[in-house]
Design a binder for this molecule. Structure first.
Ligand SMILES: O=C(O)[C@@H](CO)OP(=O)(O)O
Length: 228
């Protein structure tokens, strides 16, 4: 039996400011750092100690991972950072305030952009201040101009199969520190959630979720580490 630990990064500056974030690289707030530390302390208290780690190339997830690993004395384990685990790209909504966008476009439209399975937000304009195509961390990568959850799944799952699942097959305890929607993509796959039902799934910040594995097969349903 091996374990997979999923952690959504702690509160970010734009979670607090209620702005659409996506690939924009915002930092953790103090509360976010505390949530990350508490996640690590919980792993230590429960004796669920990661042996290998994966995260995105966004600082809110990287810092959450590092703070949590430090809190459980596992800062030394191998860690891989990969853009495939990034948050879903919010396209032309990036940087906008979520409440103001609701007032402009209506609750229903904003809910569709945020939670529908396959309707992507409008594309990011090429001259946008939030364009990351020239960011060195994405050199050689076709940076998306927007992504639905469906498109996010299409880049998260191949990475999961190629890079992460084999580690579980070897018996490693794997931690993934990532984002609300890249983790929804994984949970949808691992728990067999339908395209309709996934619209209702929210992943809380800083709250470790556990899946147990028998080889490369999920064994049982996910649970929150705090409830075990
Ligand atoms: O802004 C974002 O990138 C995400 C995660 O914080 O928001 P949402 O809840 O709309 O998916």
């Amino acid at each position: 039996m091996s374990k997979l630990i999923l952690v959504r990064h702690g509160q970010s500056e734009w979670n607090l400011a209620n702005r659409f974030t996506g690939w924009w690289d915002v930092d953790l707030t103090e509360k976010g750092e505390t949530e990350a530390r508490q996640a690590g302390e919980l792993m230590k208290a429960k004796g669920v100690l990661p042996t290998t780690a994966f995260t995105s190339v966004q600082k809110r997830a990287i810092k959450t991972l590092n703070i949590a690993l430090e809190a459980c004395d596992r800062l030394w384990i191998p860690a891989t950072r990969d853009w495939h685990l990034n948050e879903r790209h919010y396209g032309g909504l990036t940087g906008l305030n979520k409440q103001e966008t609701r007032e402009k476009h209506g609750d229903e439209q904003v809910h569709i952009w945020r939670r529908s399975f396959d309707v992507p937000p409008p594309e990011l304009e090429p001259d946008s201040e939030f364009d990351l195509s020239d960011d060195p961390r994405y050199a050689g990568i076709d940076v998306p101009r927007t992504e639905s959850l469906k498109l996010t799944i299409e880049r998260v799952l191949p990475y999961w199969e190629e890079a992460i699942l084999p580690q579980l097959g070897k018996g490693e305890t794997v931690i993934i520190s990532a984002h609300g929607n890249s983790l929804r993509a994984l949970v949808k796959h691992l728990s067999g959630i339908s395209d309709d039902e996934i619209t209702g799934l929210e992943i809380p910040t800083g709250q470790p979720i556990i899946y147990e594995f028998d080889g490369t097969q999920v064994s049982g349903e996910r649970y929150y580490l705090k409830d075990s």
